[in-house]
Design a protein around this ligand. Structure first.
Ligand SMILES: C[S@@+](CC[C@H](N)C(=O)[O-])C[C@H]1O[C@@H](n2cnc3c(N)ncnc32)[C@H](O)[C@@H]1O
Length: 334
């Protein structure tokens, strides 16, 4: 182990499987990493450590098991993979994480796109990144649906509406063409939720006793949102933190590759990593990259005000990473 750059930015040299043992359980907000691809970069020793694909996959799965241990239960993992092997890597990671997306980074200025004739197959102009959350993440919606005593006023309102309509759940479902309101009619029970506006409007269009005074949907929704916040506090539910939408960051992300001043053959562009970090790591949260390379993830984390832990085995790339992180930290201080 070598260097501490500053308390919130740590870069350690060594094998990630050894170094991961030093990280406590349930302590990382985001794992953003770009592991070896398996025999894609022929000149790089780190990409040619395994005889067979199976050996590589067994190894990456062992790394995945450790990564799951250190990830917070409301954390996320973004793992790059080469398009040739991404499906195989996904099968191994799916065993340990909850799959969310297969992201495609479309390289807007890639060399193959401008020289497509050099290939005897469709030119490669994308890289892939698998997005996961922890499999034991607590979903706020699921937790709320387990409760029997939530939203008392709203439950009573919908029970009264059902009484005013004067039909049972089955007949109401037939009349409005959906079972979507059934869950709103329970006075005491689990799985209660507010129907959609469309379903509510259909309910109001059914005949009902004139004594019932209907409320506007906006009014019900406002009460529902307020009550939800109160319930989250009452039940002490951890915030769902693994994702926050960022403009321009959807399943396919357009971003140019670094065409000049590259320090690593697999260096990822900072705007891409910064957007991924903003999407999946809370401000001030801790990002881990066990395959740091030139520490692009670390530099992106510094720029986005997140903390960083990185590991890199190779001597040369470790030094490159150290220098980049020091420069980025100094630039950030201003
Ligand atoms: C695909 S590259 C990462 C490049 C990085 N995304 C960047 O922008 O510079 C993978 C890196 O993992 C490192 N590596 C390979 N096996 C490792 C291991 N067992 N522990 C730690 N680092 C390892 C390699 O030396 C290589 O620099």
């Amino acid at each position: 182990m070598n260097a501490h750059i500053k308390p919130t930015i740590n870069l350690l040299q060594g094998d990630c499987l050894e170094l991961l043992k030093t990280i406590p359980d349930n302590s990382i907000d985001l794992i953003l990493t770009d592991p070896p691809y398996y025999q894609v970069l022929k000149k790089e020793a780190w990409d040619n450590q395994w005889e067979t694909l199976e050996e590589f996959l067994d190894w990456i799965e062992i790394v995945g098991i450790e990564l799951k241990r250190v990830l917070k239960t409301n954390g996320a993992m973004l793992m790059f993979a080469h398009s040739r092997w991404a499906a195989y890597v996904q099968i191994r990671m799916d065993k340990h994480f909850y799959y969310l997306n297969h992201l495609v980074w479309r390289k807007t200025n890639s060399l193959p796109a401008s020289r497509p004739r050099a290939y005897n197959f469709f030119a490669l102009n994308t890289e892939r990144c698998l997005f996961y959350r922890h499999p034991e993440a607590v979903s706020i919606n699921e937790e709320l649906k387990k409760q029997r005593d939530t939203y008392p006023r709203l439950r009573k309102y919908f029970a009264d509406l059902k009484k005013a309509i004067g039909k049972d759940n089955k007949d109401i479902a037939i009349a409005i063409g959906t079972t979507g309101a059934t869950h709103a009619f329970q006075l005491k029970g689990m799985q209660w939720y507010l129907p959609t506006r469309e379903t509510y409007e259909k309910l109001l269009s059914l005949g009902r006793s004139p004594a019932f005074e209907p409320r506007a949907y906006e009014d019900l929704k406002r009460e529902f949102d307020k009550e939800t916040k109160r319930e989250i506090r009452r039940l002490k539910l951890p915030p769902n933190r693994h994702f926050e939408f960022q403009p321009g960051f959807m399943e396919v992300i357009d971003c140019g590759v670094n065409s000049t001043n590259r320090k690593h053959p697999a260096q990822k562009p900072l705007p891409l990593l910064q957007g991924l970090i903003r999407s999946a790591c809370p401000p001030g949260g801790l990002t881990l990259d066990p395959f740091a390379g030139s520490a692009s993830t670390g530099v992106a984390a510094i720029k986005e005000g997140r903390r960083f832990i990185g590991f890199e085995k190779d001597d040369h790339y470790f030094k490159v990473a150290q220098t980049r992180l020091e420069l980025a930290a100094a630039a950030q201080k201003g």
